[in-house]
Design a protein around this ligand. Sequence first.
Ligand code: KG4
Ligand code: ZN
Length: 338
Amino acid sequence: MNILGIETSCDETAAAVVTDGVQVRSSVIATSRAAFLHMGGVIPEDAARRQLSCIVPVIRSALDQASMRIEDIEALAVTFGPGLFGSLIVGTSAARTLASIFEKPLIHVHHTLGHLTSTWLQADPVPVFPCITLSASGGHTDLWLRTSHTRGTLLGRTRDDAAGEAFDKGASLLGLPYPGGPSVAKAAENGNPRAYDFPIPLKGEPCFDFSFSGLKTALRYALRDMGELSPAALTDMAASYQYAICAQLTDRIVRAVDQYSECKEVHVVGGVSANTFLRSMLKSALSIPMRAPATLSYCTDNAAMIAAAGYFLWKEDHERALTSQPTQAAIPLEFAVS
Ligand code: KG4
Ligand code: ZN
């Protein structure tokens, strides 16, 4: 089944064609990131305007790269939320228009479900359930115990900032460009991750929640106390800050694997899963295989994950997936919250 996915929740305009939730025929991403590089974040109205000018060429090029016409597409899948309202409306309007003119089913996909499905893209062999999944991006940090694409338990989530947000805010304090994840990772290269002691909140507590806002405050005070940083101190500071974020994520995942020993795999998804330091820390701490999306472009926002999630929604619950009421297709609402 060929699904055309559309994702416009923030500053990326993305379209992709995916077959049976796994084979990526095309994945096109236009990003307005350069415009926000020194702004410390995305300006919503600006992002929406840029979405408008990108959406048609991006969809057209996803079809061209897949060597398909809209007639070859069997359904459309679009992110309905969460995200920036102005940006989301561009993608959902485009998807609704195409679906209605060409009489195709339209599947509404929750952005987080898209990330949760991203480890299926180009996977060989495909993942097996049950698995523990950390989904960490700029907007959320959730730890799931999943028994199928649409079933699972939310073990823990951040109590304040998301992990990606901690990278973004930390980068801004360190004078590094947005988005903070890649720039902190780059600045941290060759740095000493144990040079400065940052807190690892909730460590040892009997819960799987996360907390990152204290870490950001600790960085602010450390920078205030040190005054101007030498290049070597900046490298060590970035490395130590990155270490503290990754150590907290790793601590919760390792404990979840210990507690839910029936799990076969650990998945890390979302923008933060692009972090190579996190991946190697996890690999050495875990006793079971760890999977991240097959390419870095499937970690951050993309439409292939939305097309894949649309496919599994369709497969697992054909009737509900076909609704035009977004809330009824919002899979995270179906997960039991522990
Ligand atoms: O999933 P995503 O593209 O968008 C959201 O749904 O938020 O994630 C973006 C977030 C940003 O906060 C960015 O700083 C972070 O993912 N990120 C990274 C890396 N690449 C992106 N964080 C750590 N290391 C990276 N290499
Ligand atoms: Zn995302």
